[in-house]
Design a protein around this ligand. Structure first.
Ligand code: NI
Length: 148
């Protein structure tokens, strides 16, 4: 690929390892988005979206939300590590639900309430564990939005 003339920033190149079926599904999604779409642009969009999401965090507010995770419980010592992290956030984790989806996959939903900084830290730690294939933190309200 040629470098973009007049680009605001130098382009850095990196390579990533992705399971083939995941890459195939991603390419199909890119194709649906039109002629100008390509992997690099699609990944840049994902990075920007992730940074925007981070920028919207409210570390000083009390937040109320849920964390959803799907993971393969056979992955290394994942279940022990998930447990270990959660035991450090007993003030923030109000309730948990665990569903055994199939032979491999577990769905776990945590109801969370606490200072944003702690809630985001917990979500980052859990979603960053190897073997957690899907995950999303949803902050439904803050203490001040509850009064609106
Ligand atoms: Ni399970």
């Amino acid at each position: 690929m040629a470098t973009t003339p007049g680009a605001a920033a130098e382009l850095a190149r990196f390579s990533i390892a992705v399971p083939e079926d995941l890459l195939r599904a991603f390419d199909e999604q890119i194709k649906r988005r039109g002629d100008n779409a390509n992997r690099s642009e699609a990944i840049r969009d994902l990075i920007r979206a992730s940074l925007v999401e981070d920028a919207q965090r409210t570390p000083d507010a009390q937040v109320i939300g849920s964390l959803t995770m799907i993971y393969d419980h056979h992955t290394g010592d994942l279940t022990r590590r998930l447990d270990e992290v959660q035991h450090d956030y007993t003030d923030e984790i109000v309730s948990t639900m665990h569903v055994h989806l199939d032979h491999h996959n577990c769905l776990e939903i945590l109801a969370l309430k606490g200072r944003g900084e702690r809630v985001y830290e917990l979500a980052d730690k859990l979603l960053g564990l190897r073997g957690v294939s899907h995950g999303e933190l949803t902050c439904a309200a803050t203490d001040s939005s509850l009064e609106l």
